[in-house]
Design a protein around this ligand. Sequence first.
Ligand code: NAD
Length: 282
Amino acid sequence: MGKILEVNKIYFKLKNDLIKERAKIKRPLCLASVITTEDSSSKIYLSMQKNMAYDLKVKYIPVEIERNASCKKIIKKIEKLNKDKEITGIILNKPFPKNINESSISQTIAPDKDIEGINPYNLGMLCIGKPIFIPPTVLSILEILKSIKIKIYGKDVTIIGFSTIIGKPLAMLLGEKFATVNITHIGTYEANRLPFYVAQADILISAVGKPHIIKGDWIKKGAIVIDVGIAAKENKIVGDIEVDLAIKNASYISPVPGGVGKLTPLFLFKNLFKATKLNKFI
Ligand code: NAD
């Protein structure tokens, strides 16, 4: 029987460090949070951002974009935020409306305000092993792995989810640490190959957002399991993993809620502080 990973200790330590770091930054800081749609998972994240901004003395500007706005209109809005000297960091909240081309929007964010690390410049730097801004969710996953002192070198890792903000950068960074990384996604699921790849994993990271699609009995004995996906089921927030059964095989599970998502806002602000220090470096 494995253990549920507790992140409270990491949370308070990181938050204290951020409070101290903030006190050393002598200029006003301002986060622009662009909101194109709202669903239950983004609502929670938005309120976490707002509360964290308050605690860390950062001005928080929600930039709400109307539901049917065109890509062109959103790009114009971001260009305005890029030029605004008051704004030190920009975040684009997901999910985007269906008509929006995600990559053309992320390309617009000025690389030095791109605290989610989704602009092609920042992603490129990450790919060549010289990351500037690592996406906050990825930092949160890496911090949890660090907390259990797991040696990543040589391990078999399966990542479920291939998004620009989680799966792709995480695969690159774990590859840099010489893990053998399997990246899986909807194609793997539809080919009925998910159980196979899950069963290979010494470390399993799932970032899909479909309730309990990863079955407990697929998990390898002793695996470390990190759930990232957020979904609603019977009015409750749940993750991708069937935790109650997975815990019988896993050595550790970081569950949803109460795991990665708790640390993600902290890393968003850590990146914001970094942006201030880099100060128009690109
Ligand atoms: P996304 O929609 O961009 O990507 C989802 C990925 O899941 C895609 O690669 C897709 O191919 C894959 N997928 C879809 N259905 C699948 C299936 N049945 N089997 C296997 N793979 C499947 O989403 P995203 O932005 O990467 O977010 C993923 C999840 O993580 C969401 O639930 C989101 O709310 C959550 N999230 C959590 C945090 C956190 O801090 N905990 C932060 C960001 C996102």
